[in-house]
Structures are given as C-alpha cells and as structure tokens.
Write a protein that binds this ligand. Sequence first.
Ligand SMILES: Cc1cc2nc3c(=O)[nH]c(=O)nc-3n(C[C@H](O)[C@H](O)[C@H](O)COP(=O)(O)OP(=O)(O)OC[C@H]3O[C@@H](n4cnc5c(N)ncnc54)[C@H](O)[C@@H]3O)c2cc1C
Length: 395
Amino acid sequence: MAIVGGGLAGLAAAQALKAFGMKADVFEAAAALGEIGAAVNISPQAVKALQAIGLGDKIAAVGTASPGIYTRNMQTGEFLEFHDRHKAGQRFGAPYYTFHRADLLDALAGGLDRGAIHLGHRLTGIEERSDRVMLAFDNGARADAEYVIAADGVRSAIRQALYGADNPTYTGQMVWRALLNSSDVPFEAIEPTGHVQWVGPGCHLLAYYIRGNKLVNIVTQEDTDKWVEEGWSTRGDPDEMRLSFPNPEPRLKTLLGIVTECSKWGLFTRPLTQNWGRGRIQLIGDAAHAMLPNAGQGAGQAFEDSYILARWLEACRDPAEAFVNFRRVRIPRVHGVQRLSISNARFKHMRDAAAQKESIAAGKSSVHGNADWVYGYDAVGEWDKEPLVPAAYAA
Ligand SMILES: Cc1cc2nc3c(=O)[nH]c(=O)nc-3n(C[C@H](O)[C@H](O)[C@H](O)COP(=O)(O)OP(=O)(O)OC[C@H]3O[C@@H](n4cnc5c(N)ncnc54)[C@H](O)[C@@H]3O)c2cc1C
C-alpha cells in the first residue's frame, strides 16, 4: 500500500494500518515532516479514533485540554454562549484537545518506520493499471503499489488525475493567524476560560491556549471581497489584521494590540462530492472532503477516515472492496459535517447581533450548531454501519 501525503491524514492512516498489522510506504512532497506554527482543535470522537490505534498517550502528552469556549459579542463583549468542553469530554468519553500542529504531527509520526517515509517525493503522475498503480515523482523517482491512499490535501494531485480540473475554489473568506507567547497576554484579555470566541458582523475570532498554556493561538475568519492565497507562509500586516475587526470591545482590543506578526490564509473548498476515489485508489482527508473550519472537524474527520479505512482493509480480503465499503459509510457522515460547517459559518457571521443573541438565548441556535451527533460518534463500535446524520444536515 502507498500513502501519498504525509500530513495529518496521511500519517494517521499509516499509524492505523500499522495498528492492524498492515504496511504502507508514505510519499511526502516536503523535505521534512512538519507543520508551520498554528493550532488545531481535536474533538472527543476523533481523539477516540486516535486512542484506538494506540496513540492515546502520545497525543495526551502534547494536547491541552480546553476548559471550554466562551463566546462574546465582538463589539460589546457581551456573553453569548459557553461550550463546556470538560463536560463534553466526560459525556463523549475522551478529552477535547487543542494542539500545536507541529506537536500533533510529531505524535502521529512517532513509532512509524522512517525507512518507509519517503520525503522530498512530490507526486506528479499516477497511472492505474489492472494489477498495480504506477507513481511518478518530481525528483525522478518512480514507485508502484497495489493500492494507493491519497492524503495529499486540498490541492490533491491524485484527485486532479482522477477527476480533472475540480480545483478547490476561493470561498470569499479569509483567515488571520497569529501565535503569541502567553507571558505577553494578560489573562483578562481571554478571561474567563482562556479559550474565547468573539463573533461579529461577517467575522469571528478565536483565541486559545496551546502547548500547556505556553502559547496563545489566534485564528479568525471573515467574509471578504479581497483575494487571498492559501498557505501558511503568506505574511500578513498586523495593522491590516486589526482593521478587520472594527470597534473591538476592550479585551479584544488588548489582544489584537499584542500581535506583531501574523499570516493570512484564503479558505478554499469544493462542493460536496461523491468523488472520493475509485478502483485501486482511495482519497482521504482534505483530498476527499476539504471543508470550512467552522465545525473544527477537517482533521477530526481525517482521523475517523484513517481508523475506519484500516478496519475495512482488515475486514475485506479485497482492498478495492474495502474502499467501496469505506465510501459507503463515510460519505454520508462527512457530508453532514460539511453542511454543519457551512451552517455554523453563516450563523457566526450574522449581521443582526440582536437576532443572533435572541436565537441563542431561546436555545434555537448555537455558534457550534448541533454537534452532539459529531462528538458522540463511536468509530470503534460503528465503523461498519451507515452513520446517523440529523435531518438538518442530511442530503
Ligand atoms: C484556518 C484553519 C483552521 C482549522 N482548524 C481545524 C480544527 O480546529 N480542527 C480540525 O479538525 N481541523 C481544522 N482545520 C482543518 C485541518 O487543518 C485539515 O482538515 C487537515 O490539515 C487536513 O489534513 P490532510 O492531511 O488531509 O491535508 P494537509 O494537512 O494539507 O496535508 C497534505 C500533505 O500532503 C502533502 N502533499 C501535497 N501534495 C503532494 C504531492 N503531490 N505529493 C506528495 N505529497 C503531497 C503536503 O505536503 C502535506 O504534507 C483547519 C483548517 C484551517 C484552514
């Protein structure tokens, strides 16, 4: 088996195969494994999938258990909603972690056979034959494998080879990201939980501790007319970032005032699609189902993919049959999560703050949508069942 892409999805898939006694070679474009400074939230059901492949201790060592997200109005600071993550953790049977991405990636790489991780291998060509898949790389190397897992991200070369120009499109939404030393951030700015979300017209901003409270991660999202490239390395201007959040309440003003370096990132997705692979090739992670980050589930769904794909590969003698079964159980669930994400983005960015507040107070809406069905999913017990998706998020 070959896995193309050594990001969060590809390494989790390599670990899952290993946990079920299967071997894979990983081909990664970058010269070194790594993620650039930023953070990621992993919800309980995805943590459980990682625990089930033996990574529980490794991720616990680098994860920070968030007490909960406190949501405020961006201009008034008024309290809107508290999402208690300790309770969610108890209820759904695993912690709700925040990670520095580099730490999570290191944990996912731990214990893998480094000789089977081929760095500096950017896939440029793929050809499916009757009994094998031929792979060509930009360094001139060639390889072949009986089956291929494509984990090469939102701009997947394999996806393009299979389905032509179904490039992701710019969503008209952009993200600012910054990492601050906690010692520079007065706790009052992110009180009362150290994990705060401000929502405003057409935008929101999250700030939370990672790396054992040593760093504060800021990630934002806004509807914009501007064109913004996708990539961690697009440097931003902190003053421009501040101007994106006009009339911030005092805590947010303090926080934004501390930012001296930031990056910006354009959000690209593609419409929900059944095109998740065929024959000897299976797409997972963002290659299959890139989504807006508003449900905090892109990586989480990749971890569920990895566990469930390994279970099907273990259960079916024919991997192509495993791939078909994988798609049958995964596509409805992931499409539901993608719809949740779209709906959360709309609600968080509502321009009528009074109506937003009223809807939350009346228990009709939440900035997290109805996500119990996402966190309550048990990949270990339900890997072979078609999952339930609430009517609001079903096709
Ligand atoms: C602002 C933002 C915030 C987010 N927050 C969260 C969150 O809180 N929780 C969450 O669960 N998700 C979150 N996500 C989503 C999450 O980051 C992605 O879903 C996740 O990184 C997808 O992992 P992946 O391995 O599929 O893709 P990637 O992380 O993009 O990895 C793909 C890998 O493939 C390699 N590659 C690419 N092309 C080739 C090629 N041709 N040949 C070989 N290798 C190749 C790349 O170098 C890379 O290592 C967020 C996303 C964004 C943009």
